[in-house]
Design a protein. Sequence first.
Length: 199
Amino acid sequence: MSETNTQTADAPQQEPKGSGWGKRLVFIAPTLVFLVLIGFFVKQLGENPAELPSVLIDRPVPEFALEPLPGRGKPLTSESLKGDVSLVNIFGSWCVACQVEHPFLMQIKESGFVPIHGIDWREKDPRDGMRWLQKYGDPYDHVGLDPDSKVAVDFGVTGAPETFVVDKQGVIRYKHIGPVNAEVWEKTLKPLIEKLRTS
């Protein structure tokens, strides 16, 4: 064999033109697909999770009967939600966002504008909910205990706080995810309650 052939065999192999992109594409393509899917889901959900629709809108509240918090004589039932437009607020003493929301619920209570009923959700010790209300104030007409999430699941609750507007017939008309504040109250909840009272 000639010396030239030996050098050719020992020389580094050159990659065919364009093959570097092919290897990169194998790694880039899944990332691009993932980002497109994320973008699609974000668009579907919208920017505000509080505006996610609920399958229960315009349907009667699920039938339920919850034991009251210790020291509260009246249980909370689906029948408690008939006769007047009301709010049903899902809360828990463990919930930081509920504590943020609570002063505004107290303002609503003090205004006398609408009755608020509470569902104390996933409370490990029922006395914790009562102590929490004693410490921060009690905006609720009725408070029912839902430690095992049976009623929360029926309501389609995904977290706390969540607030439902229920009409005089006990039909759910609106669901708000997250803390109720002055903006949510003035722009959405209060006008809806006024409209439901006159219809």
